[in-house]
Write a protein that binds this ligand. Structure first.
Ligand code: NAG
Length: 427
């Protein structure tokens, strides 16, 4: 008989979950009072590695529970049940300027968890772990369908919850980085909404000249006419530049009558009645307001400042007729979301529709308010869609408050959508 002792074990429960669900990481059968490091690693689709880790001491039964015990060092401190995800950063030596984004929503984020002896800061790859576990984190719930949309000149992806419906609909608009970004829509479909992630800023669809109101109206109509969508229960969700589009459409379009709007890190400042190219032309006039930080990274928040008094340069939010949720990062270095929110509030107070406005404003929070537990990225490479030039952009935010804000903003978003799209009848 060899005197082999069983090794410690590390569990994640649940081992398969939605990216916005909490999970519990548990280590058992360690020697009592042992210093250990719990490490999480994601190998991204672009072949980069992101990691987070916490330092713990096992208790007198040889256990560590990440949901209950405090990390005393590592990439986060204190009792942080989800710290192993939100505090992820690219591993040392990675390419600079990375941003964390899932492209293929048919596959989960695969999180490799390991527990190591001692309080380590580096060298994980070359150290033998005491125990390992794997967790899957999904944007797209089982049964959600993904449909590519190419009809009527529209380029986008439609996500449908399982079942016959009809469901409320969402038109999901990302920002000036352009392209088709699907993960948020996949997640929203997992919460019971037919969500259309719309591509409106790539060379394929634009020629920004050719993306006018009719493009967004066609996308909205597509949702409205879909047999699994409740035609009068459609919301628009915009982030950054997508907010300007959503607000503009809600106020000026004869076709788009959303039930509510969720505006993340955005502004109402844009030329009224302009096409997207007019909007970018207007922004370009203020390029001299660009600032650079000590590492020569671009700060664009002043491009729309000061907020103009000229009513032809901003969406007349006094005419909005549906509830609006504004989510604002007070350390947004990319867009003047805070100043815009203040100006919108004043405009709506003057017009008498401010009862429709809810503002959630978060200190220490940057521009990229993502679904919860997404790693915080303070700056990253950015391809300017119009000129195809690459810059490094400062988004802002501090990791801890930004991560807490992402959790709260997502809960507020889901509650707001439920209230205004499903109504309160079921509660
Ligand atoms: C970890 O948390 C558990 C449950 O709250 C507690 O009983 C245990 O003493 C904690 N361990 C340490 C080392 O603080």
């Amino acid at each position: 008989m060899s005197g082999k002792e069983p090794c410690p074990v590390i569990f994640v429960r649940p081992c398969r979950s939605s990216v916005d669900d909490n999970c519990v990481v548990l280590v058992q059968h360690l020697p009592p009072g042992l210093a250990v490091t719990i490490h999480a690693l994601i190998h991204s689709e672009d072949d980069d590695f992101w990691e987070a880790f916490g330092h713990y001491i096992s208790d007198d039964r040889g256990s560590v529970n990440v949901a209950k015990n405090a990390s005393i060092g590592g990439s986060y401190d204190g009792v942080e049940p989800m710290g192993l995800l939100w505090s992820m950063k690219p591993i040392p030596g990675s390419r600079p300027g990375l941003r964390f984004r899932k492209k293929d929503v048919h596959t989960p984020l695969v999180v490799h968890l390991s527990v190591y002896r001692d309080h380590m800061h580096e060298g994980f790859k070359d150290t033998k772990a005491l125990a390992c576990a794997v967790a899957e984190r999904w944007y797209m719930a089982p049964g959600v369908q993904k449909v590519c949309i190419t009809e009527n000149g529209i380029s986008g992806t439609l996500f449908l919850p399982p079942g016959p419906g009809p469901f409320p609909g969402l038109l999901d608009l990302w920002g000036g980085g352009g392209g088709l970004v699907e993960y948020r829509s996949a997640l929203l479909a997992s919460h019971g909404y037919v969500s259309l992630a719309l591509d409106y800023l790539t060379p394929k669809t634009s020629d920004t000249q050719h993306v006018g109101n009719d493009y967004f109206e066609a996308a909205y109509s597509l949702l409205q006419e879909h047999p699994q969508v409740c035609a009068n229960r459609i919301a628009m969700l915009g982030l950054s530049f997508g907010t300007s589009v959503a607000l503009g459409m809600a106020v000026y379009s004869p076709v788009i009558k959303p039930k509510c709007l969720v505006c993340v890190s955005g502004s109402h400042v844009m030329p009224v009645n302009g096409s997207l190219s007019d909007v970018f032309a207007e922004i370009k006039k203020n390029v001299r307001n660009t600032r650079y930080d000590e590492e020569n990274r671009v700060i664009w928040r002043d491009l729309l400042l000061p907020i103009p008094d000229d009513p032809s340069k901003k969406v007349d939010v006094g005419r909005i007729q549906c509830p609006v949720l504004l989510l604002v990062g007070e350390d947004d270095q990319n867009w003047p979301a805070l100043e815009s929110a203040e100006d919108m509030k004043q405009m709506m107070e003057r017009a008498g529709n401010s009862h429709l406005l809810t503002v959630a404003s978060y200190p220490g929070t940057g521009h990229l308010i993502e679904p919860p537990y997404s790693p915080h990225v303070r700056s990253s490479n950015f391809m300017v869609a119009q000129s195809r030039t690459k810059v490094v952009v400062v988004w802002g935010g501090q990791t801890v408050p930004h991560s807490k804000a992402q959790e709260d903003a997502w809960q507020k978003t889901l509650a707001f959508l439920e209230e205004h799209l499903y109504g309160t009848t079921y509660r």
